[in-house]
Write a protein that binds this ligand. Structure first.
Ligand code: PEP
Ligand code: MG
Length: 600
């Protein structure tokens, strides 16, 4: 967080977790913690009464959580699992049973015993240096705080009573607090505490109100009734702005609203071509919090979950439990649509410098992705267990990256078989018919596509790497960036070969590289026979809109013309002309520029 005074402009900067801009009056809400006192108890009677008092407070907490869950606004229904996790924490033996044992063994009051249980849980979580896990500790703290409040008989005022148009300023809001907010009244909220992955942030996104967290001193600096500008896009909060600043942000707000409504108008329309062919449009994602945005932008599932980022975030490798919880949440939020979880693709530009992987001279050609996993079967197995376990909670598909030939695929499947056997022995549930696919992103896999197709349920073409390896250009080297050619005739022939192999084997094939979300590439991908695309969520409304202007018959007829062209430049010129005649707005801006204007 930073704090600054620019003339009369006093500003704070925190973490933007839910987009949008609001200007309104501050309402400070006190969610301060209950004070706890130590008490030594005497005699069995007193101890039994104390245990009963704790049980009673736990039951009240359960009732309150259920009441919040049942009263959740319609747009939050998909997030009730967050309250379910609080209900589970409430019953967890580390919290519930351990507190009762402490009361009777240490002869202490319920509050003190609960505090000690929380300290122990905190200590256990602290062993893992990771933002995601530390946010889960916040969930435990929220539950404990609620029990403590019920023990003290001090009922905290519910935020559902706020019925003026205000911006809430709090030290911290629990997911329960956030779920009670009335989004037609509360314009947004800002907090001192919190991070990007906190559940309160996820709920705020679903409520579609701007939120900035992690401001550290908001409750000290902002006074009741102050005029605030909250910019949930940049993380900036401005206190008592002057007229000039207000006008500046009103304009920003209007631009954002215009963009949002243009998306809302078109994003949920299906991607069906003019001649009635449905094209499946999915989103790529890297972080749990992106799932909601994927839905909002009209995706029909997650076509590529890049799982590296949980591994890159901390010094320690994530635990199976942490991975499982993350994958399960994604699967539950996106259900009934599917999510394709790609196994670890560490290496190359996604280098796990914090893990013990040697620096290599040619990382893109080195111990990367599936090669790394096959060399480190324990790391691989841990992730496979987590993915398989999560498959029980939604529609999960599993995908191996960087497969270069059949042996590698068989080796990966063999390890997966071992993991399934382990889970069977342990009676752990998973989807026994989970679909398994591979990324086609190495030229040798293209050549072998016909054979590989016999062993998998689907292909997903990773054009980012396929271009890199087919044209021998390092995708992160700026000196050869000009050679990065999605329209290279070699690439077009490769995609065609993969599509044919998939069609002959009766398996599905999609494209999940950047090409899938590039308006200039849609037509050519459809003409090659692709009917599933997975892309950056923001590109979805535009790509869907373009698809609705294309006739698949015409696109396929054009394929012969494209095949006669022999340089990337010729193909690009041909495709650009076609696209500009289909979607004239494309002519207004150059290739690879921002495409938001297409939605106007
Ligand atoms: C690709 O290579 O096209 C791809 C989608 O994977 P990544 O960008 O993660 O390498
Ligand atoms: Mg790749």
């Amino acid at each position: 967080m930073t704090e600054s005074d620019i003339g009369v402009r006093k500003a704070l900067r925190g973490v933007a977790v839910s987009p949008g801009i609001v200007i309104g009056k501050a309402r400070l809400v006190d969610r301060s913690k209950v004070k706890i006192f130590y008490q030594y108890l005497l005699g069995d009677d007193q101890l039994n009464r104390e245990i009963e008092r704790f049980e009673e407070a736990a039951r009240t907490t359960e009732d309150q959580l259920n009441a919040i869950k049942n009263g959740m606004p319609e747009q939050l229904k998909g997030h009730s699992f967050i309250l379910d996790s609080h209900l589970m924490i409430l019953k967890d033996s580390m919290l519930h049973d351990a507190t009762i044992q402490r009361i009777s063994k240490e002869k202490i009051n319920a509050e003190w015993a609960l505090k000690k249980s929380l300290e122990e849980i905190r200590w256990a979580f602290n062993q893992v240096d990771d933002e995601y896990i530390s946010n889960r500790v916040n969930d435990v703290e929220n539950v404990v705080e609620r029990i403590l409040r019920n023990l003290s008989g001090d009922e905290q005022q519910s935020l559902s009573h706020i019925n003026e148009r205000v911006i809430i300023v709090a030290h911290e809001l629990s997911p329960g607090d956030t779920s009670e907010l009335n989004p037609s009244k509360v314009m947004g909220f800002i907090t001192d505490a919190g991070g990007r992955t906190s559940h309160a942030a996820i709920i705020a996104q679903a409520l579609q109100i701007p939120v900035v967290v992690g401001l550290e001193s908001a409750t000290k600096v902002v006074g009741e009734g102050d005029l605030l500008i909250v910019d949930g896009n940049s993380g900036e909060v401005i206190i008592n702005p002057d007229d000039e600043v207000i006008i500046e942000y009103q304009e920003k707000h209007l631009r954002h609203e215009k963009y949002k409504s243009s998306i809302a108008r078109v994003s949920h329309l299906p991607a069906i071509t003019l001649d009635g062919h449905p094209i499946v449009i999915k989103a790529n994602m890297e972080f749990l919090e992106e799932v909601t945005a994927a839905r909002e932008h009209g995706s029909e599932g997650i076509g590529l979950y890049r799982t590296e980022f949980l591994y890159l975030k901390s010094k320690e490798l994530p635990s199976e439990e942490e991975l499982f919880q993350d994958y399960r949440e994604v699967a539950e939020i996106i259900a009934p649509e599917p999510v394709t979880i790609r196994t670890l693709d560490l290496g190359a530009d996604k280098f796990a410098s914090r893990h013990e992987i040697d620096r290599e001279a040619n990382p893109a050609l080195g111990l990367r992705a599936i090669r790394f996993c096959l060399k480190e079967p324990e790391i691989f197995k841990r992730q496979l267990r987590a993915i398989l376990r999560a498959s029980f909670y939604g529609r999960v598909q599993l995908m191996f990256p960087m497969i270069s030939g059949l042996q590698e695929l068989l080796d990966a499947k063999e390890i997966m078989g071992q993991v399934k056997d382990e889970l069977n022995r342990e009676n752990i549930e998973y989807d026994h018919s989970i679909k398994v696919g591979i990324m086609i992103e190495i030229p040798s896999a293209v050549t072998m596509a016909e054979i590989l197709a016999q062993h998998v349920d689907f292909f997903s073409i990773g054009t980012n790497d396929l271009i890199q390896y087919a044209l021998a250009i390092d995708r992160v080297n700026e000196h050869v960036a000009y050679m990065y050619q999605p329209f290279h005739p070699a690439l077009i022939r490769m995609i065609r070969q993969v599509v044919n192999a998939a069609r002959d084997a009766g398996i599905s094939v999609s494209v999940c590289g950047e090409m899938a979300g590039d308006p200039f590439c849609v037509c050519i991908l459809l003409s090659l026979g692709i009917n599933e695309l997975s892309m950056n969520a923001r590109a979805i409304p535009i790509i869907k809109k373009i698809i609705r202007t294309i006739s698949i018959e015409e696109a396929r007829a054009d394929f012969e013309n494209v095949m006669r062209l022999s340089t990337a430049k010729e193909v690009q010129a041909h495709v650009s002309n076609r696209m500009k005649s289909l979607v004239p707005e494309l002519a207004e801006k150059g290739y690879f520029e921002g495409w938001d204007y297409l939605l106007d």
